[in-house]
Ligand binder design. Structure first.
Ligand SMILES: Nc1ncnc2c1ncn2[C@@H]1O[C@H](COP(=O)(O)OP(=O)(O)O)[C@@H](O)[C@H]1O
Ligand SMILES: [Mg+2]
Length: 215
């Protein structure tokens, strides 16, 4: 269970989220909607541990992970995976190196890393692509590599920030089905940010809408 309690976040003295509370039960697929600038990305960054709330506290499975301006548990200790809006794949690494990166950081032995990469590639339908460079992949394939990289460490929670917004409608439809399937097979909690009502309807078991500014 992820619990955000009375969170207020300040950017340069400006409140982004104000007295915001949210509980996310395990294995839920939660969709976050809201206008541009309403704080959707910020909410994911709070859950991941990249920013601390000025007020309030965040609890994950009963442990306080951030409280009143302080991060108590850093991102790499939260068992959370993230797919960023721009994917943020490393262009100088091939597919295998991208997926294995987090495993390497966590000192997983080489053989296990290899096996895990193959398992992830099977899972996202990219068998045989280990040695491809990122710029030799289509948009949809890059998306799948980003999913595989985020899932390689078996996170309990997966955060996705408008991951399909740059894809054409057909690919978008296909990959959102894929995301639901991955969540059902692996059983992680999914927090999914989108602008699209269609994506929200298909992916979300529950949706919340952040109120606030259009920049
Ligand atoms: N690192 C930052 N420093 C200052 N202001 C920021 C920063 N990140 C986001 N903001 C501001 O916080 C508000 C919410 O941003 P964001 O969470 O990116 O919104 P969304 O993802 O919903 O479009 C915006 O007004 C944005 O300009
Ligand atoms: Mg955003």
């Amino acid at each position: 269970m992820i619990a955000l309690e009375n969170i207020t976040l300040l950017y340069e003295g400006r409140e982004v989220l104000k007295d915001f509370s949210l509980n996310i039960p395990p294995k839920e697929r939660l969709v976050i909607l809201g206008a541009s600038g309403s704080g959707k990305t910020t909410l994911l960054r709070l859950i991941a541990g990249f920013v601390a709330p000025a007020k309030g506290e965040i609890t994950i499975n009963g442990s306080i992970v951030a409280k009143e301006g302080k991060i108590l548990i850093p991102p790499h200790k939260r068992a959370i995976g993230m797919v960023f809006q721009d994917l943020a794949l490393w262009p100088h690494m091939n597919v295998e190196e991208n997926i294995a990166f987090g495993l390497k950081v966590h000192k997983v032995p080489r053989k296990t890393r290899k096996e895990k990469v193959l398992e992830m590639l099977r899972l996202v339908g990219l068998e045989g692509y280990e040695k491809r460079r990122i710029d030799q992949l289509s948009g949809g394939q890059q998306q799948r590599v980003a999913f595989a990289r985020a899932l390689a460490l078996s996170p309990k929670v997966l955060l996705m920030d408008e991951p399909l917004s740059s894809l054409d409608p057909e690919l978008n439809r296909r990959l959102r089905k894929e995301i639901v399937r991955l969540q059902e097979v692996l059983g992680f909690t999914l927090v999914y940010v989108t602008h699209s009502e269609e994506e929200a309807k298909e992916i979300g078991e529950r949706k919340i809408i952040l109120k606030g500014s259009v920049d």
